[in-house]
Design a binder for this molecule. Structure first.
Ligand code: SOE
Length: 384
């Protein structure tokens, strides 16, 4: 088996999720090219060393430039917050490295477009990690739509609901500041929903959007405090500069209409990423919190047997599942990252493209940016 060397930049939540993908993909999938976990990079040497040791990365760096310029590295994994993607991606592409990038693609649409151009100009493989596409139930939904089981699509109803900042004492982390996050759930969460809507329904033509803030000031974070650490409350406060919730209404090119709800204030909803699709012949519904299931309604069922049925997407005939356990042995959140790595390595082997990629990332950010513009102006925005 051939191998290719990976350098990962970033070692927190996504660094772990991606590392698990690089580790597991060659164990569960028959890959022609094996990823070698070569180097892990982070600014804090002690922390990145501990991470590398735990996850099997062979060595560490504290300067990302050394990773993207290293002739030994074939693939750069950008597991960083999105305001740091741009510089790294441009340099990685310029050095001929293939790029596996965490979502959302970039801090701004302009950056995203430049990243796409750099990847294309340098002929490198580029992948954008909207991980939920590679959930078996989502793949099954796509299959049903492509087979015509749903017919003409009328409605998309997407929601991504979390509740991690309901507490007014939750600190002002990077996710709540415009300089680092660009926007709030519109960028972080609606990027996932728009990706799935593009994948399942199609291109979006117009966007109307409403955003709001429930809490406008928060305690400043203490040294090293992240969205997932719990610390004592700082008395010093700062202004929240991104929205707390966003509601979008869209028209699709194919005549369907859709809504997108993204919030971090849905008390009790931890990671409720849901969609419903209603068509002329049937309907589909998905809820990430029950991610092995796909709800399907068919008009073709006899009248006296009609109703939404729950399909367990864990039969080995369903996409990706045959690589894991016998039927009925469910899989979870982390498996999507393994599937992404397996597909990425296969694309490298076959010299093919992979989706979603930077082209999709630009397409997604165009919709999200139009949403933010609509929220500011109060007007419907047409996408060019
Ligand atoms: C936080 O809101 C977050 O971790 C997102 O950044 C992820 O993309 C999403 O999958 C889960 O929630």
């Amino acid at each position: 088996m051939r191998s290719m060397n990976v350098g990962i930049i970033g070692y927190r939540f996504m660094g772990k999720a991606h590392s698990n993908g690089w580790l597991k993909a060659p164990l569960f999938f028959d890959l022609n090219i094996k990823p070698e976990l070569k180097v892990a990079c982070g600014r804090n040497r002690e922390a990145v060393e501990a991470f590398a040791q735990k996850w099997g990365w062979q060595r560490v760096e504290t300067d990302w430039k050394k990773v993207v310029e290293d002739p030994e590295i074939d693939i750069v994994d950008i597991s960083l917050p999105q305001h740091l993607h741009y510089e790294v991606a441009l340099a990685a592409a310029a050095n001929g490295k293939h790029i596996f990038c965490e979502k959302p693609l970039a801090h701004s649409l302009q950056q995203a477009e430049a990243m796409l151009k750099a990847a294309e100009d340098n002929g490198v493989l580029h992948y954008l990690n909207h991980n939920y596409r590679r959930t078996p139930a989502v793949q099954l939904a796509k299959q049903f739509i492509d087979e015509g089981k749903i017919g003409r699509i009328f409605h998309w109803r997407g929601a991504y609901q979390q509740d991690w900042i309901v507490d007014p004492n939750f600190p002002l982390t990077w996710q709540l500041q415009k300089e680092t996050a660009h926007a709030g759930p519109q960028w972080d969460l609606n990027s996932h929903s728009v990706d799935l809507a593009h994948f399942l329904v199609g291109d979006i033509k117009t966007v109307s959007c409403l955003t709001t803030n429930f809490i406008t000031e928060r305690p400043l974070p203490r040294q090293g405090e992240t969205a997932f650490s719990k610390g004592s409350v700082n008395t010093e406060k700062g202004k929240v500069t991104v929205e707390d919730a966003a509601l979008m209404m869209v028209e699709f090119e194919n005549g369907a209409i859709g809504s997108f709800e993204a919030t971090r204030f849905a008390t009790g909803r931890k990671n409720a990423h849901t969609f419903e699709i209603y068509g002329s012949k049937g309907s589909l519904a998905f809820n990430l919190e029950r991610m092995n299931e796909l709800q399907y309604f068919s008009n073709d069922d006899p009248d006296n047997a009609q109703g939404f049925r729950t399909i367990m997407a864990t039969e080995s005939s369903h996409p990706y599942v045959s690589h894991w356990w016998p039927p009925g042995h469910i899989i979870g959140y982390e498996h999507g990252f393994v599937h992404a790595v397996a597909d990425f390595m296969e694309a490298l082997d076959k010299k093919e493209t992979i989706t979603p990629n930077f082209t999709d990332g630009v397409r997604i950010l165009k919709v999200l940016e139009a949403g933010l513009a609509s929220a500011r102006s109060g007007q419907k925005v047409e996408l060019s």
